[in-house]
Write a protein that binds this ligand. Structure first.
Ligand code: SF4
Length: 277
């Protein structure tokens, strides 16, 4: 008999839960409504939103918007330039940027204005990091691993993408401390991320196989996969039950199976997938 063990923390976080609920509610009371980029990194959810009449547009398509349109800013946030541009157009803005991300944007803006060099730990192509960098005139030094290979200014302010790994943060702080005389560091890794990573990592040490459920472009889901894979060779990442069905044989012989899911994975997708194990 197979035992399925769910990680203590997994699935929707506070920021995503709030954004998804609000986006579906907004649609009922507004006219033409768009999200700027996919609301969250989960195709099943964004497809449902599209079916309900909320379309996704890219930043390059902002010119298509009309004055009475409603634009939803997603959890990752946007640059100051994009935000100001939308305001100047007079469109109705529903800002669902996660409050934790807004906190980072404010810190970056404040310390940039004070003359600090901003350093961001994260993926420079991820929309959250692109957005944060846009609050310091796109001047940040961005490092994905914590390695620093350029000389930094005398005063440095360090922040992190909310989904980063703690070990990368520690690596960055060590490297900054070696070269910088004066720095301020805000550990902005989100608590939801830490809890999900820690509980998934612990669980992956105790099971025969691990299932990680989440969108292919979800940064936090990929990090859960990497952490689990380091402990459990039979770790598999799927977007949903359909994808799992095509590789279910990989779980043959696994008696104890651990399950975790990214912060943008809704409960119904987790339940459907777990039902196949
Ligand atoms: S992972 Fe954290 S920062 Fe990101 S949306 Fe969720 S609560 Fe907000």
């Amino acid at each position: 008999m197979r035992e399925i063990i769910r990680a203590e923390y997994s699935g929707f976080c506070f920021g995503v839960d709030r954004a998804v609920k609000e986006a579906f509610t907004v649609r009922k009371t507004k006219g033409r409504t768009f999200t700027l980029g996919p609301l969250i990194h989960n195709k099943d959810v964004t497809d449902k939103l599209e079916d309900s009449g909320v379309s996704t547009i890219s930043e390059g398509e902002i010119g298509r918007l009309e004055k009475d349109d409603t634009v939803i800013i997603r959890t990752h946030g946007v640059t100051r330039a994009v935000y100001d541009g939308l305001k100047a157009m007079g469109v109705d803005i529903i800002d669902l940027t996660c409050p934790y991300v807004i906190n980072i944007q404010k810190k970056v803006s404040e310390y940039h204005d004070k003359g600090y060099q901003i350093v961001i730990l994260g993926d420079g192509n991820h929309p959250e990091v692109v957005g944060i960098n846009g609050w310091c005139d796109n001047s940040a030094y961005i490092t994905p691993t914590g390695e620093v290979d350029i000389p930094l200014k005398r005063k440095v302010c360090v922040v992190s993408q909310t989904t980063e790994k703690q070990r990368n943060w520690l690596n960055l702080i060590m490297n900054i401390a070696k070269t910088s005389k004066e720095f301020v560091a805000f550990n902005t890794i989100c608590k939801a991320t830490e809890e999900r990573q820690k509980s998934a990592e612990e669980l992956s040490k105790e099971v025969d196989a691990m299932l990680v459920i989440g969108g292919k472009s979800s940064s936090n889901t990929k990090k859960l996969y990497e952490l689990c894979r380091a402990n459990c060779e039979k770790t598999y990442m799927v977007e949903n039950a359909q994808e799992l069905a095509g590789m279910i044989n990989n779980f043959d012989g696994a008696v104890r199976v651990g399950v975790t899911a990214g912060a943008s994975t809704p409960e119904w997708i987790i339940k459907e997938a777990v039902g196949l194990l």
